[in-house]
Design a protein around this ligand. Structure first.
Ligand SMILES: [Zn+2]
Ligand SMILES: [Zn+2]
Ligand SMILES: [Zn+2]
Length: 383
């Protein structure tokens, strides 16, 4: 391990620190999630991904056809597609699709045994389907989370051969007061849907056996789990098209051929954008033990990426990191990260309950604590 989790100087909290130097662009560590899950609407809209690892289940051409709405579309250089359909498999009982026998077996052994619907018929009567539907109606795209991650997390504890360890792994993510959990749970659902909390809770109770996980199934325990996924859930994105595009850039072809290909790709993205909008990736959410130990900074020195086109996270240095330096990522998305100090800190306080004192926020401490008019306009638009 080239990193360690330890206390941050002058504060009570923990952080992740480097134990060696990293050049910008270097991989600091790679990590598989404790648990992950595709977003509910993403799956409903037929974004085809392995149910376990989120690897795309389409060829680049199929992906391009679906996202452009052009069933006749042909992609040149099919050899640049990384999808290997010969490895695909599905659960014989419920038809859930996986990219490989390894994923199917791992899923079954970790959580799918008790979550298998045992039938290929989807009629929305099963408690799991009811919960998923209820969630979809309180959490519309753009998605940031799914309650199905909680279901998987609980199933994982129940199926674990070492339940105490599984509970401990889960609890390491949440160390908050009951009031803070309630605040975060409401924030995750949004003002409009805060009253749906008890409905989601009662549906969840029907989805998993209760024995041994009682502490998570009380109303407070449930709010704690929502707060946990709200503050620790890390977005995962995979795309077979972007893999294909990356691979075509390595092709040894003439300048003329390159010009034709570049034009084709530009048009492809234009067509996908007009038919499917911004949502091109298979998207989901995951809980990572090590990555979740990273604190936030508005000037991060690392960022999570998915170099393997599945849910395995690679934390990449975005600038040179010295030995002993704290490794920080941004909890804010690209758009929010570039807003004013006031807006960033407001967003972080509401979603993560902390006041950011990163170098950038310190440096801008003299800025007035009001949102500029331009930004207020943006805020209204995003609401
Ligand atoms: Zn897989
Ligand atoms: Zn199954
Ligand atoms: Zn900051």
């Amino acid at each position: 391990m080239d990193v360690e989790v330890r206390l941050v100087d002058n504060s009570k909290g923990k952080g992740l620190f480097s134990k060696k130097c990293f050049k910008s662009g270097a991989i600091i560590f790679e990590e598989e999630p404790l648990v992950s899950c595709q977003f509910s609407w993403n799956a409903a809209y037929q974004y085809k991904a392995c149910d376990h690892c989120l690897r795309p289940l389409e060829t680049a051409e199929e992906n391009a056809r679906r996202l452009t709405g052009k069933p006749e579309l042909e992609l040149p250089f099919p050899e640049c597609c990384t999808t290997d359909k010969s490895k695909f498999t599905s659960c014989t009982l419920c038809g859930t699709d996986y990219c490989s026998v390894e994923c199917q077996t791992t899923a079954y052994n970790q959580y799918h045994r008790i979550l298998c619907l045992q039938t290929t018929e989807r009629n929305n009567f099963h408690p799991l389907e009811q919960l998923n539907e209820a969630w979809k109606h309180v959490h519309y795209p753009p998605e940031t989370n799914t309650i199905m991650l909680i279901v998987r997390l609980l199933a994982r504890i129940i199926q674990s051969p070492n339940r105490d360890l599984a509970i401990e792994q889960t609890l390491q993510f949440c160390h908050r007061t009951v009031n803070e959990d309630a605040e975060l749970a409401h924030k995750l659902l949004g003002e409009k849907f805060a009253n749906q909390l008890s409905l989601l809770h009662s549906l969840l109770l029907q989805c998993v056996p209760h024995e041994g996980i009682e502490q998570f199934l009380t109303p407070a325990g449930f709010q704690g789990l929502l707060a946990l996924i709200g503050t620790n859930g890390q977005g995962v994105g995979t795309s077979t098209i972007s893999q294909w595009v990356t691979r075509t850039s390595d092709l040894a072809i003439s300048d003329d051929e390159r010009a034709v290909l570049d034009k084709f790709i530009d048009k492809l993205y234009e067509d996908m954008d007009s038919h499917s909008g911004n949502f091109l990736n298979n998207e989901g959410v995951a809980l990572f033990t090590l990555q979740s130990a990273c604190n936030h900074s508005c000037v991060p020195n690392a960022e999570p990426t998915y170099l393997h086109n599945n849910n395995k996270l690679s934390l990449v240095a975005v600038r040179d990191i010295q030995e002993g330096e704290e490794i920080c990522i941004s909890y804010l998305d690209e758009c929010n990260l570039h807003r004013s100090r006031h807006s960033r800190r407001k967003e972080l306080m509401e979603n993560y309950l902390f006041a950011c004192n990163c170098p950038k926020c310190e440096e801008q401490a003299d800025e007035p604590d009001v949102t500029s008019e331009e930004e207020e306009g943006e805020e209204e638009m995003s609401e």
